[in-house]
Design a protein around this ligand. Structure first.
Ligand code: SIN
Length: 549
């Protein structure tokens, strides 16, 4: 299992698979994924991938402007420029790998979503993520230089000291079918573990989205940034399931309207852009409507789309409604906001490098700087492919930078690493046979703790926050942490245990970041500080293991 000349990818969504496909032209790649290979957040992406320059009236400058507007002053302009300029080429590569974006004749069908000034969203109906994942997995299956191991959970990064600096040399992984721990060493480790929506009681993210990458990188000493900026999607199906069924924003792009349960449209009372205002505005408006009126949900009226168009353009939504006995054209679709995306993550540079040498990251786990304080819809799949490509270019020496920012160089050439490596964070109770100690707490107990954390985060760190609630969140997370540590005597022993540990770490990072930002900006709204404070907070919130805020 140990091969230091290998490149290791953790995660099998769009970021991990595109990176693997590119690097495998030069080096052997091992992809590990904690469940089955298709169990990624990518599969759940509905709307699509934004790409400027395909529509007759669009260009990257307009896409850049929309991205900067959404980012509320925190978007890194250089990063955003790279993404909007290089994005179209990356999207063409997806097509070359077999992704079938919807077309109208010879041209791509371009969708519209909130915050975009032009139609520029490539899509596959409202099953875009599924289609991308299908095509990429098929391409990976054809590639002999890529090996995929399912049911391997990365529990910690292996870090070693080389020439006075910490270097990541792979991961400690749990082969949870066999209950065995493995050291998977590699010259380069690429984190593509996705997001952390499972921090919240209501989320559109699958159960695997437990902040694993952020928690591991943080434990290993890599800085994380902007964890307070959680995007709540306005339209998840009510009542919510886990994961909540997502009604794509593209529905509103095609004319669907948000209404109160009595049929009155309300979004114009909050924003002149109405139902297509940016997501943070719409989510807060729905939150206010529900709170002020004591309603459990609002209604998405899709009558602007004739039933046959609804069925053809949004087959996922149509099927989701049908299977739940909802007649969208008779009754509208009951919706509520749900946690959807985290703009923060492991801080990376223009080449996907983290500040821990040997460790790259891309996709939702990373903080590149493009999203700033609020992600523009359908920019995340684009960001993932652009930075997976750039990381692959850097690694294989195809192109590369002058030393950038303050980041340490990852070794470019695979080399044998003579030094012993050790996991950076959780200390695992290895048994003499390499297995994992068997006395795990019952799964129901872990599930109950997870739900308590999710409820706490939903109630205290949700769409609208306050100083008091954030303080209560700190106390609540600390109490849960203590309970968990007593339960395991310091170390989790199962997938569910590691996930809970990672959720707790991620929750701590989110709450600390949110408490430190005493203003409201983009996705972070604190009613005790309802205005943006450019003087003090026009900057990223960066946390390292040693930071005390
Ligand atoms: C959606 O289809 O509404 C989700 C797209 C995204 O999150 O970018």
């Amino acid at each position: 299992m140990t091969d230091p000349s290998r490149v290791l990818v953790v995660g099998s969504g769009i970021a991990g698979l595109t990176f693997a496909l590119k690097v495998a032209r030069h080096l052997p790649v091992l992809v590990i994924t904690k469940k089955r290979r298709a169990d990624s957040n990518t599969n759940f992406a509905r709307g699509g991938i934004a790409a400027a320059g395909l529509g007759p009236d669009d260009d990257p400058e307009l896409h850049l402007r929309d991205t900067l507007d959404a980012g509320a002053g925190l978007t890194d302009q250089e990063v955003a420029e790279v993404v909007v300029r290089e994005g179209v080429e990356r999207v063409r590569e997806l097509v070359d790998w077999g992704v079938r974006f919807r077309r109208e004749g010879a041209r791509f069908s371009l969708g519209m979503e909130g915050g975009h000034s032009r139609r520029r969203i490539l899509h596959a109906g409202d099953r875009t993520g599924k289609e991308i994942e299908r095509a990429l997995l098929e391409a990976v299956a054809r590639d002999e230089n890529i090996q995929v191991l399912e049911h391997f959970l990365a529990v910690d990064l292996l870090v070693t000291r080389v020439g006075g600096q910490d270097v990541c040399r792979g991961v400690l992984a749990l082969d949870h079918r066999k209950g065995e721990l493995r050291s998977l060493t590699a010259s380069t480790t690429f984190l593509a573990t996705g997001g952390s929506g499972q921090l919240f009681l209501h989320t559109t993210n699958p159960r695997i989205a437990t902040g694993d990458g952020v928690a591991m990188a943080y434990r290993a000493g890599a800085p994380v940034a902007n964890m307070e900026f959680i995007q709540f999607h306005p339209t998840a199906l009510y009542p919510t399931e886990n994961p909540a069924f997502l009604l794509s924003e593209a529905l509103r792009g095609e004319g669907a309207v948000l209404r109160r349960r009595d049929g009155t449209p309300f979004m114009e009372e909050y924003d002149p852009r109405g139902s297509l205002a940016p997501r943070d505005v719409v989510a807060r408006a729905i939150h206010a409507e529900m709170k002020d009126r004591g309603e459990s949900h609002v209604v998405l009226d899709v009558s602007a789309l004739p039933p046959e168009d609804f069925e053809a353009r949004f087959p996922g939504a149509a099927e989701g409604c049908r299977s739940r006995d909802i007649d969208p054209h008779a009754d509208g679709i009951p919706v509520v906001p749900a946690a959807h995306y985290i703009c923060g993550g492991v801080r990376t540079d223009l080449w996907g490098r983290t500040e821990l040498a040997g460790l790259f990251a891309a996709g939702e786990v990373a903080h590149t700087g493009i999203h700033g304080a609020n992600r523009l819809a359908s920019n995340s799949l684009l960001e993932a492919v652009v930075f997976s490509h750039r990381a692959a270019e850097f690694l294989t020496g195809a192109s590369g930078p002058e030393p950038i920012h303050t980041h340490t160089e990852a070794p470019r050439n695979p080399e044998r690493d003579p030094e012993a490596t050790g996991p950076a964070g959780i200390s695992w109770p290895e048994e003499p046979n390499g297995g994992v100690a068997a006395d795990e707490p019952p799964l129901e107990h872990l599930e109950a703790l997870r739900i308590r954390l999710q409820r706490l985060m939903w109630e205290k760190v949700g769409i609208v926050r306050s100083d008091r609630e954030l303080k209560e969140a700190t106390e609540g997370v600390a109490a849960l942490r203590q309970e968990v540590e007593e339960l395991w005597k310091g170390s989790p022993r199962s997938v569910e245990g590691v996930e809970l540990e990672n959720l707790l770490t991620t929750a701590e990072l989110v709450v600390r970041s949110a408490r430190s930002r005493k203003e409201s900006r983009g996705l972070h709204y604190n009613r005790d500080h309802p205005q943006a404070d450019d003087h003090r907070f026009s900057r990223d919130t960066v946390l390292r293991r040693s930071t005390t805020i």
